[in-house]
Design a protein. Structure first.
Length: 485
């Protein structure tokens, strides 16, 4: 998806995320009904990466696939393919089996490690049964022999894209997520790949990083996108009420149950349920949830009849579930049921290149809501980009709203930003400072390993003794300080 063009960090962008209609109750959950514009959104073309060290075949495959309206990139080696994947974001890879340095199986395994779910079709002139078995056992979607039959190739491509879920994905599936960060793009690519399946996803990350937005994007990219998407906050709802909201209850099941009520697992038929802050779910309900995930059916409170369900479960948490398991506060079997695919949303401090873009987006949102159109001074943007953000994107949004409200003029000053940040924001080190810190830490580590033996340390660092001594002197390190007494 194309990112909005940014002319300057101070210009508000007209990037408005899709705001779903949400009905929120005091019980800590919200349901987002499926809604679509009257005009169908235009779908992008599927992207196919072709890898082969035969230039002639590469051209032929490219021509055939482009004739079918696929977007194609062709490269001649596995190394070039891995580099292209980061930039091109293919939906499918077609690769030769026999190549120098890294063969098709090696490329397949590397792709599976970096982008789980990316479908790969293997081509080879050596169409032996062992090759086919090895390729499919390694996780290849398909195996074709050269010379490649055109229709056979196109059939495999269509099937691979259908299985990956691409055929169901509209261009606006991720419209609510504003980013230019490569790290965030990797997470979105992972979300897109898993969206076409019903695999359960565990989304982790600090508070305010956008875990719910990722879950919503997975729903929008999935075949369930025309069904409802609901969020239940497991930490904001009382245990008994949470149980009733999830599983439903019969009339008279407990005091106050004057009528029967269906739970979200039943009412969301065909939709997606996000269990937010699942790490805070009470142990008794963890047992009930585990049974639901195992059996795909529920028993409402007070009922002996099982009800079949069809709901995709996505869970999110800010907490370390491994530590909770060690402490006996989270069931290990439930963890593995929920964590089929794990997506860790990076903190804002790891995607600082997004801060000017997010700020511009928030300014545009606020301008539409209030009619107050303001911009940041360059020094103010620098403060925002280098500050610590323990509350992540949510905190950044609140600071921008506060700055707009308190700014007396059209330009938000650095002084106002500094006040809202509570003093002096943390400054990013310069390149020279960062390099010196790295060098000192490296030298200290290597001296610790060699217990102060300079000759050995110099050999490990692949430097001569004279140069190594100069480095030690420059960074005020004494070898004797690292020798064992």
């Amino acid at each position: 998806m194309k990112q909005p063009q940014e002319k300057t960090p101070l210009t508000a962008h007209s990037i408005a995320p899709t705001t779903p209609i949400a009905s929120t109750t005091s019980l800590g959950f919200s349901i987002h009904p499926a809604s679509r514009e009257t005009a169908s959104p235009q779908k992008r073309r599927a992207r196919i990466l072709v890898v082969d060290d035969d230039p002639g075949l590469l051209r032929l495959l490219t021509i055939r696939l482009r004739a079918e309206n696929y977007e194609v990139e062709a490269v001649e080696s596995a190394a070039a393919a891995l580099a292209a994947c980061t930039r091109f974001r293919p939906d499918l890879v077609i690769t030769d089996l026999r190549m120098d340095q890294m063969d098709g199986i090696g490329l397949l395994k590397e792709l599976q490690s970096r982008w789980p779910g990316l479908k790969v079709i293997i081509l080879t002139a050596h169409g032996t049964i062992p090759d086919a078995v090895h390729a499919t056992q390694s996780g290849a979607f398909g195996f074709l022999t050269k010379p490649v039959d055109k229709q056979d190739l196109l059939d495999h491509v269509q099937k691979a894209l259908k299985v990956s879920g691409f055929a169901h994905v509209d261009e606006d599936w991720r419209a609510a997520i504003i980013t230019r960060s490569q790290l965030m793009e990797d997470k979105l690519a992972q979300a897109n790949m898993v969206a076409g399946t019903d695999a359960r996803v565990l989304i982790t990350g600090e508070s305010g990083t956008g875990k719910e937005l990722i879950a919503r994007a997975i729903h929008e990219a999935s075949p369930r996108r025309n069904k409802q998407f609901a969020v239940v906050n497991c930490s904001a709802t009382a245990e008994d009420m949470l149980e009733s909201e999830l599983f439903g209850h019969e009339k008279g099941a407990f005091p106050g149950a004057s009528r029967a009520q269906k739970g979200l697992f039943e009412t969301l038929d065909g939709g997606t349920l996000l269990l937010d802050e699942v790490g805070d779910m009470p142990m008794r309900l963890q047992v009930r949830l585990l049974r639901v995930l195992q059996e795909n059916q529920i028993r409402p409170i007070g009922s002996v009849e099982a009800v079949a369900i069809n709901v995709r479960v996505i869970s999110a948490t800010r907490r370390d579930l491994h530590q909770l398991m060690i402490a006996g506060q989270f069931r290990e079997d439930l963890y593995y049921r929920l964590n089929v695919v794990h997506i860790e949303v990076p903190a804002l401090g790891r995607r600082r290149e997004d801060i000017p873009l997010l700020v511009a987006h928030f300014l545009e949102q606020i301008a539409k809501e209030t009619g107050q159109r303001k911009i940041y001074a360059p020094e103010a943007v620098e403060l925002l980009a280098t500050a610590e953000w323990p509350g992540n994107v949510r905190q950044l949004y609140n600071v921008v709203r506060q700055n707009v409200a308190l700014s007396q003029g059209a330009i938000i000053t650095a002084e106002l930003v500094q006040q809202s940040l509570g003093g002096n924001p943390t400054r990013l080190p310069s390149f020279d400072e960062a390099r010196d810190e790295f060098t000192r830490n490296y030298l200290s580590q290597i001296l610790q390993i060699t217990t102060g033996n300079v000759s050995q340390a110099a050999r490990l660092a692949k430097r001569n003794r004279t140069d190594f001594y100069k480095l030690l002197s420059r960074h005020q390190l004494q070898p004797d300080d690292f020798k064992k007494s």
